[in-house]
Design a protein around this ligand. Structure first.
Ligand code: TNX
Length: 542
């Protein structure tokens, strides 16, 4: 239970109070929650690869310090990671949680974050967490691995750890050992900031929310018919004119390059790669409205605020189109430390097939020339893909198979399972349902490695769940559509298929209710999930 509910209950008249008191004891409210002693009963999402319980617990106190250890050249980064944990734990505990460098494990009562090395099974993002009565010790090969492990520590503490004001605690974690690493190297979500524009603060919250579930990619849909959302200095009208509206005719917006660089850094500090998408040659009305010369007839289009798709195209046989593409990719590549640029390529219904292929082959070369790998929606497989290119499957298995036949890797985003803009059921007011109604169970019950016959895990880079925003206008609506489905997608990307079972998962998910509430997440309370008011990951309510 979350303490403010207890305070409220205490003000009620005596008779009602007696009933409430009985209820509160059941829920563990009004007394200290039971000490969590069995690590195997924790409700972690994604579920760890392996976990052994040890039967006691660690207690965080006002004396707890966070000690970080690693080579001198990593000191700054390790201190930042330690500080990230301190910043997550300080508001609710009220403890000072100082961060310091260490050369060996600290004394009893502390948290120890150490870069190990050499544990090849843990790979780039895995971690090992050893919790004893005396110490919480997290080790990983890389800072990214430590960061993923910190999300586990957060989830092992009571849900009220996520509240912004001091709570009574106690702050205890069941003892034992977790060894954990992801099944797929690429685990992401896409946010479409073009159909409706979402400002820097919203994108930061999106990053924070996906990082809590150990995702490592944020794909930003920066351009579409309805809006161009990134400043391009060599073609300034794209943002100032092309970004000036959105679906429904609202005022739109765009990120300056400085703001965008700030987002990239914010994501990097959470070990999330931002993949920028410039959708071409279709979905380009905002660009076609900003520069007349991008149209074959030389006439600028009107800005568009509806939700149709497939009516726009760049002029693929004009040389100046490739000057435009080169300038945009050059500026974007300079803002992109990650390896990928997404060039869209979907639903180009008014581009001739030969023109489409001619265009894509040229664009792929441009992306490579600027030192990046190309990702495109599955239709790009019509072109001659280089082995470094990646196709993003959304609906057509033949496209995905053709991409694999060309040596390309696949990102799995089946619309019937992974599209976060699909309505949960026929009563959902937001979203669309052209692919399917996607209830929380359906979003969870599928395996990327068997979803398309002939495409196996080796061909798959990972999984991504896209949120298209034709009907989504603010952060509350974003949260309602992505949660709880995104948590399930994160688990599919991380946890081995053998560890995934809906009947077991739905219990863990139901126990995340207090955690969503404490984080202020506006989520869909699906009737298929047994939601429970469990605060502590204690033995109560299990
Ligand atoms: C299809 S799937 C699109 C988007 C829409 C989405 C709505 C794909 C690559 N393109 O343009 O926003 O459906 O669900």
């Amino acid at each position: 239970m979350i303490p403010f509910k207890c305070k409220h209950a205490l003000q009620t008249p005596l008779r009602v109070f007696t009933v409430l008191f009985a209820l509160m004891s059941v829920l563990g409210c009004g007394k200290e929650p039971a000490t969590p002693k069995d690590l195997s009963k924790e409700n972690l999402i994604p579920k760890p690869v392996s976990l052994t319980a040890a039967g006691s617990s660690f207690r965080l106190s006002e004396k707890t310090g966070i000690y970080v250890q690693g080579p001198a050249e990593a000191a700054g980064e390790l201190e930042r990671i330690g500080q990230y944990l301190a910043d997550r734990l300080k508001p609710a505990t009220g403890f000072p949680l100082p961060v310091s460098m260490a050369t060996e494990a600290p004394a009893s009562g502390n948290i120890y974050l150490a870069l190990g090395g050499g544990d090849t099974e843990l790979g780039e993002e895995g971690y090992e967490l050893n919790i004893t009565e005396g110490l919480v010790a997290l080790t990983a090969n890389t800072p990214a691995g430590l960061f993923r492990g910190l999300q586990t520590i957060r989830q092992l503490l009571p849900a009220s750890i996520e509240l912004g004001e001091v709570q009574p605690g106690p702050w205890e974690i069941a003892s034992g050992k977790i060894r954990d690493y992801p099944g797929y190297a690429f685990r992401g979500s896409m946010l479409d900031v073009s159909r409706h524009f979402f400002g820097v603060e919203d994108v930061k919250r999106y990053i924070d929310l996906i990082s809590f579930y150990k995702m490592n990619v944020l794909h930003l849909g920066l351009t579409n018919d309805q809006g161009w959302r990134i400043e391009i200095k060599s073609w300034p009208n794209l943002a100032t004119h092309g970004g000036s509206t959105q679906v429904g005719g609202g005022k739109g917006g765009y990120y300056t390059q400085e703001e965008y660089a700030g987002l990239v850094q914010y994501a990097q500090e959470r070990y999330i790669t931002i993949i920028p998408e410039i959708d071409m040659p279709g979905h380009t009305n905002a660009a076609l409205a900003s520069y007349a010369e991008l149209n074959c007839d030389g006439k600028a289009r009107e800005l568009y605020t509806g939700t149709e798709v497939g009516f726009s195209t760049l002029c693929t046989r004009k040389d100046s189109t490739y000057q435009f593409v080169d300038d945009v990719i050059r500026e974007l590549a300079a803002l992109t430390p990650g390896p990928y640029i997404h060039i869209g390529g979907d639903e180009s219904h008014v581009t001739g097939k030969d023109d489409y292929i001619y265009f894509m082959n040229k664009v792929q070369d441009i992306v490579l020339a600027h030192g990046k790998q190309m990702i495109g929606w599955e239709e790009v497989t019509l072109a001659s893909l280089k082995p470094s290119s990646v196709a993003q499957f959304w609906a057509n298995a033949d496209h995905a198979k053709a991409a694999v036949a060309q040596g390309a890797k696949i990102i799995m985003s089946p619309a019937t399972k992974a599209y976060l803009d699909m309505q949960y059921d026929s009563t959902t007011t937001l979203g669309l349902h052209w692919a399917a109604y996607v209830e929380v169970d359906s979003a969870y019950i599928w395996d990327p490695a068997t979803f398309v016959g002939g495409i196996s895990k080796d061909n798959i880079l990972g999984i991504e769940s896209p949120l298209w925003t034709e009907t989504i206008t603010n952060m509350d609506e974003i949260e309602y559509m992505i949660f709880p489905r995104l948590a399930g997608h994160a688990e599919i990307g991380w946890t081995p298929a053998s560890g995934r079972d809906w009947e077991e998962y739905k219990i863990r998910l139901g126990r995340h209710k207090a955690r969503f509430e404490a984080m202020g997440v506006d989520f869909y309370t699906s009737a298929l999930v047994p939601w429970e008011d469990v605060d502590a990951m204690s033995d109560s309510g299990k």
